[in-house]
Design a protein around this ligand. Structure first.
Ligand SMILES: NC(=O)c1ccc[n+]([C@@H]2O[C@H](COP(=O)([O-])OP(=O)(O)OC[C@H]3O[C@@H](n4cnc5c(N)ncnc54)[C@H](O)[C@@H]3O)[C@@H](O)[C@H]2O)c1
Length: 252
């Protein structure tokens, strides 16, 4: 504990499990006052935070209402982490218009919503760090069956750079984190689902995911959180508009 985020207010979306949860824990351990939000408020139990809020990032009205509450109670957040995301499995031929719209709404437009709601306060105060969770599977590289997922995660990189460029003279930094394959509840779900769909043993499917990682293992949510902590903190005060891989060599 070195209090790297002492006195900072941090708002995190999709904080209930996996990477979002690990980010909340890492931030709180370094002194941040965390506002943890998730679609499923029940998953926020036990998190060390100043506020737990049910938040569906697909709802503009809900995001705007929360922003007003947060502004009243805490003022603008110093840190905004946009973590919500969904993995659609399949190629272009498996992706209906509805699938496309859902993925872009949850993975990308959600960030447009939170940025429009929280950025004005940050700009007024002339400081803020935005951390958007993208993926190594994006404009960086492709893997099979991640057609619309990869497209959304590439869009996040463009969105992040645009915000960084537009607000660099207002004390705002925006960075994208691009994880490789990370051990989280949703990954476990994907392993089980794929095993069922293909008839392959779970262990074989799991090994296929591990084999995507040149380092020879899956990453942990804590390893992604360590990078988020650095980018959110003042240690990264000269870093903005970049993609930061934490990927076990997946992009090699
Ligand atoms: N796990 C990986 O291997 C991996 C790799 C690269 C990038 N990512 C990205 O990291 C982020 C987190 O992934 P994860 O695997 O840690 O999490 P997860 O999928 O295990 O958990 C996602 C959380 O998001 C919440 N959520 C779902 N819909 C929501 C909505 N509409 N509004 C608010 N919250 C909602 C869920 O309740 C859940 O708590 C995602 O953007 C994902 O694409 C994950």
């Amino acid at each position: 504990m070195t209090q790297r985020l002492a006195n900072k207010i941090a708002l995190v979306t999709a904080a209930g499990q996996g990477i979002g949860r690990a980010i909340c824990e890492a931030f709180a351990a370094e002194g941040a006052r965390v506002i943890a939000t998730d679609l499923d408020a029940g998953k926020l139990a036990g998190l060390p935070c100043v506020r737990r809020e049910q938040l569906d990032v697909r709802s503009t009205a809900a995001v705007e209402a929360l922003a007003q509450e947060v502004m009243k109670a805490f003022g603008p957040p110093d840190i905004l982490v946009n973590c919500a995301g969904f993995v659609h499995h399949g190629t272009v031929l498996d992706c209906s218009e509805q699938d496309w719209d859902f993925s872009f709404d949850l993975n990308v437009k959600s960030m447009h919503r939170t940025l429009r709601a929280f950025l004005p306060g940050m700009v007024e105060r002339q400081r803020g760090s935005i951390v958007n969770i993208s993926s190594a599977v994006s404009s960086i590289r492709a893997v099979p069956n991640r057609y619309v997922y990869g497209a959304t995660k590439a869009a996040i990189i463009g969105l992040t750079k645009a915000v960084a460029a537009d607000f660099i003279r207002h004390g705002i930094r925006a960075n994208a984190i691009c994880p490789g394959t990370i051990e989280t509840p949703s990954l476990e779900g994907r392993v089980e689902g794929l095993a069922k769909a293909t008839g392959k043993p779970i262990e074989k499917v799991r090994q296929d995911f591990i084999n995507r990682q040149p380092i020879g293992r899956l990453g942990t949510a804590a390893e992604v959180a360590a990078l988020a902590l650095f980018l959110a903190s003042d240690e990264a005060s000269y870093i903005t508009g970049q993609t930061h891989l934490v990927d076990g060599g997946m992009a090699l």
